[in-house]
Design a binder for this molecule. Structure first.
Ligand code: GLA
Length: 435
């Protein structure tokens, strides 16, 4: 039943100017980051069937579905505390009284896919039954009997060593194998590892699943966002088709973020190719937050069908390059996209700032060319950049997202001969610029 291609590969493709492309668990689903909704951030355990249906309906009426948001995912606390006499998971008989099959059918009828939450240990993080030693049985219940399409799989309540006799990879392999066994008889399932504990999951997550949480639970405040961005800035290469770093749910509209911070949050998550799972009470969401979530130019890069790589820092900015700083992460980022080079500038300071870079600091830019500049937030074409770019008076914790497209050779005779002086050398061997 298992095909070799289902075993994750780290296929490395190098087409000269192309980036390294990492490929995760290719079972035909989750080639691109999941776009959808998750109940945890807004509701924690206060969830029921009606909330899920209302949320799905709001995703339609607010235009989120039309923008590409596809998954409606239930997080923790949906189950009874005890399994059935035959060991099956049981949905809460009050809050999900119509049954999970009924719920997934309704979600499907609204044009969405449905996600559910489980745990690789004895218990979920909120104390409901975990799937350890029940992996095959639970996979059948959740995906064959109930019709879910997506599993978020958490990391709480790990069994003692003399019981599990596995490392962290083996612990997740159990459910990954159970899901693979359903691929042909039922359907391929999106497998989202929630392995936030220290485990270097970015090194092995792609062999078992489609995304992997790299950091602890996000909070609705700038320090939380800054520390997640900082951590993930060092592991961007782990992301590719079918597998990617998961920066945790979107905290837009939950209070605690300024509008500029909310834009930075969405931009960083989208351009780092994280899954984008909305964690906001949609009944109370404001139009400005919907506008952020439906920024189609930024979503298009998150879902790029040709270029799966994350953006990466090319300069840390206020800190020396490669500095790890939870409060002041890297500021200057770029990455390839099918339509040009995407840049993200983050003003990590608590005050307005000007930001400046030479275009060729980014490895995706060609020297001696000029570039048209598209602003992905104002949705305007902002002329042509030659050699460098300055953005003035960026607000505190604000972001700029730009798409630069090659627009031909720069005008002749521009000085200096090299925008970045390093190793700039005349044909006769004279080193120009002194370094
Ligand atoms: C952990 C996860 C969260 C959420 C809760 C539910 O903390 O990281 O995203 O799923 O468990 O209990």
């Amino acid at each position: 039943m298992k095909r070799l291609s289902h075993i994750g590969t780290a296929a490395v493709v190098c087409l000269c100017t192309m980036p390294i492309v990492v490929q995760g668990l290719n079972n035909g689903v989750a080639k691109f980051p999941a776009l959808g909704y998750n109940t945890w951030n807004a509701y924690q355990c206060n969830i029921d069937q009606d909330l899920l249906i209302t949320t799905a309906q709001l995703m339609k009426s607010l235009g989120l579905q039309a923008a590409g948001y596809e998954y409606v995912n239930i997080d923790d606390c949906w189950a009874m505390k005890n399994r059935s006499a035959t060991g099956e998971l049981v949905a809460d008989t009050t809050r999900f009284s119509r049954g999970m099959k009924n719920l997934t059918s309704q979600i499907h009828d609204l044009g969405f896919k449905a996600g559910i939450y489980g745990d690789s240990g004895w218990f979920t993080c909120a104390g409901y039954p975990g799937s350890f030693d029940h992996e095959e049985q639970d996979a059948q219940t959740l995906f064959e009997d109930w019709g879910f399409d997506y599993l978020k799989y958490d990391n709480c309540a790990i069994p003692f060593d003399d019981i599990i006799r596995q490392g962290i990879v083996g612990k997740h392999q159990r459910m990954s194998s159970a899901l693979q066994n359903l691929e042909e008889t039922v359907k391929p399932i999106v497998f989202s590892l929630c392995q936030w504990g220290w485990s270097q999951v970015w090194l092995w997550g792609a062999t078992l699943g489609h995304s992997w949480r790299t950091t602890g639970d996000i909070g609705p405040n700038w320090p939380s966002l800054a520390s997640i961005i900082n951590f993930n800035s060092f592991i961007t290469q782990a992301t590719g088709y079918y597998g990617r770093n998961d920066l945790d749910m979107l905290q837009l509209g939950n209070g605690g973020l300024t509008f500029e911070e909310a834009k930075s949050h969405f931009t960083a998550w989208a351009l780092m190719k994280s899954p984008l799972l909305i964690g906001t009470n949609l009944s109370a969401i404001t139009p400005d937050i919907v506008e952020i979530l439906t920024n189609r130019e930024i979503l298009a890069i998150n879902q790029d069908s040709v270029e799966p790589s994350s953006i990466s820092p090319f300069r840390w900015g206020i800190n020396p390059d490669w500095t790890s700083n939870d409060s002041f992460p890297a500021q200057y980022w770029s990455g390839p996209s099918q339509n040009g080079t995407v840049f993200m500038l983050l003003n990590t300071l608590d005050e307005p700032a000007d930001m400046f870079f030479n275009l060729t600091e980014s490895p995706w830019i060609r020297a001696g060319r000029e570039y048209s500049v598209r602003d992905l937030w104002s949705h305007t074409d902002n002329g042509t950049a030659i050699r460098n770019l300055t953005v003035s008076a960026m607000p505190p914790h604000g972001v700029v997202a730009l798409l630069l497209k090659d627009a031909g050779n720069e005008p002749d005779g521009i000085y200096p001969q090299c925008a970045v002086w390093s190793q700039c050398t005349a044909e006769n061997g004279t080193l120009v610029g002194g370094n």
